[in-house]
Design a protein. Structure first.
Length: 68
């Protein structure tokens, strides 16, 4: 298992957290997702071989901005 923390801008409510969590959960290899709009983070637990860029692209595809 691997834990990834991604900084995300644009989440302003629980609904935003749910949108991000539901989108990221669809990626094969993602075990768990916890979005926190107040902290501006998404914490993802994945299998070791999952490409972090896939997660970032999915978050951006639904309208949020990923920060490095």
């Amino acid at each position: 298992m691997k834990e990834i923390i991604i900084k995300v801008e644009g989440m302003v409510c629980n609904g935003c957290e749910n949108r991000v969590q539901n989108a990221v959960k669809q990626i094969e290899g993602v075990e768990n997702v916890v979005a926190d709009y107040k902290a501006g983070t998404v914490k993802i637990t994945t299998i070791e071989s999952l490409d972090e860029n896939l997660i970032k692209e999915k978050i951006e595809d639904i309208g949020f901005e990923v920060k490095d």
